[in-house]
Design a protein around this ligand. Structure first.
Ligand code: ATP
Length: 389
């Protein structure tokens, strides 16, 4: 498919693996609901479902996106994020539910506005620039306000994406990052209500991807556009978005600011998908949680309440929450079973006596041998998420 479509203008809960922090009304909830009190959404999805024959690709997705917001659908392959994006663009018609853009129903309630009549811009994975057109011509492609006005708008866009000297080049004379900026400029030029970005960084090499995240976010913010992107890359989603909607099996499991979903994942699925999560099996007893690496005060658990006493739980621990120290075989909690070198640090996998496996992060000078016996200390300085088992 070619270029910008110049196309004219919540959340589901989980099951037993849901964190009590959610049920108890955590800080995350308070912050998200305060944000919900803001202006009319530019984009609104209510109960959007898309079936392909017997398969439900998108299952009752409801979500509002506010003006100027950058929201990312994040989830594993096949979870339905691209299909959701395509229903917003009008490239797929929902089987059920309603989509409104700028207050107007574009799908549902008997309406279906075709893509070319929705005020939506799309940046495709491969940027889809016209190879035989110059950068200026590519950017001007969707504009129809007359030659002078269009030329001014192209100049404005070239400045926005910091390519004022490159207007006469053709795409083959540009670097990967420059091509992406042209694709953005072309999609932003007609001033869409919403810009959709489909895995926008997947065509770039790893180093450039990290650089471009920052740049793309700055460009979108400078343009003031409302944007929705999809990715399976958690680092990308967490670093560029105002809010992240984590999808699983066609549904939104959690939506919130990046730090909320990372620090207070409301389900084990979200926890496992973000960061290198491990779960410590624990039992709540007398205000303490007993685990394979010791007994802790239960107040270290987010949203803990004595009503949960007696319950078997899984406590979320990430590599930076634990520290290993060498120990004699009698005092050890577990043994080092593997290690991964990640730049200045090592991530060690430690197998506990119970067979559970956790990860811990250490500076590269703190080296452990494989099979070394270690004791583990919980060093987290934040409340830990936990889930009934
Ligand atoms: P990926 O990251 O791999 O692109 P995704 O989360 O974007 O995955 P979708 O492309 O939305 O997932 O697909 C969701 C489900 O719907 C998948 O099981 C997929 O096979 C199915 N699906 C998507 N498009 C179609 C189609 N046109 N016909 C039939 N099934 C489809």
């Amino acid at each position: 498919m070619a270029h910008t479509q110049s196309v004219k203008r919540t959340q589901s809960a989980t099951d037993a693996s849901e964190s009590p922090a959610k049920a108890n009304g955590s800080r995350a909830d308070a912050t998200e609901s305060a944000a919900d009190a803001s202006p009319e959404p530019v984009l609104s999805l209510s109960g959007v479902t898309k079936e392909f024959g017997p398969e439900t690709a998108v299952d009752g997705v409801s979500l509002d996106v506010k003006p100027g917001e950058l929201l990312t659908f994040l989830g594993p392959s096949g979870c339905g994020k691209t299909t959701t994006l395509r229903t917003i663009a009008g490239l797929e018609e929902p089987t059920e539910g309603r989509i409104a853009l700028g207050g107007e129903t574009v799908a549902g309630d008997g309406a279906f506005v075709p893509p070319e009549q929705r005020d939506v811009g799309i940046v495709f994975q491969n940027f889809a620039l016209f190879p035989h057109l110059t950068v200026r011509e590519n950017i001007a492609f969707g504009l129809e306000d007359g030659a002078d006005a269009d030329a001014d708008r192209v100049d404005e866009m070239l400045d926005l994406v910091d390519l004022p000297e490159h207007g006469e080049k053709t795409p083959d004379q540009l670097s990967g990052g420059q091509k992406q900026r042209v694709a953005l400029a072309r999609s932003l030029a007609p001033e869409p209500d919403v810009l959709l970005l489909d895995e926008p960084f997947s065509n770039l090499d790893v180093r450039l991807r990290v650089e471009m995240r920052e740049e793309v976010r700055q460009i979108l913010k400078a343009a003031g556009v409302t944007a929705v992107s999809v990715t399976h890359d958690q680092e990308e989603a967490l670093s560029i978005s105002d809010r992240v909607a984590v999808m699983n099996d066609g549904q939104i499991e959690q939506v919130g600011r990046p730090e909320s979903v990372f620090e207070r994942p409301e389900s084990k699925f979200v926890a496992s998908f973000l960061g290198r999560a491990s779960f410590l099996e624990g039992h709540l007893r007398d205000g303490k949680v007993e685990t394979g690496i010791g007994r802790f005060d239960a107040v270290t658990l987010e949203g803990y309440d004595t009503v949960y006493d007696g319950a078997p739980v899984d406590v979320l621990v990430r590599p930076d929450d634990l520290r290993a120290t060498p120990a004699s075989a009698e005092l050890a909690d577990g043994t080092i079973v593997s290690r991964q070198y990640v730049g200045p640090s090592f991530i060690y996998r430690v197998e506990l006596g119970s067979g559970e496996v956790v990860h811990c992060l250490h500076n590269h000078v703190e080296e452990f041998d494989l099979d070394e016996a270690v004791s583990l200390e919980l060093t987290a300085d934040h409340p830990l998420a936990w889930y009934p088992r």
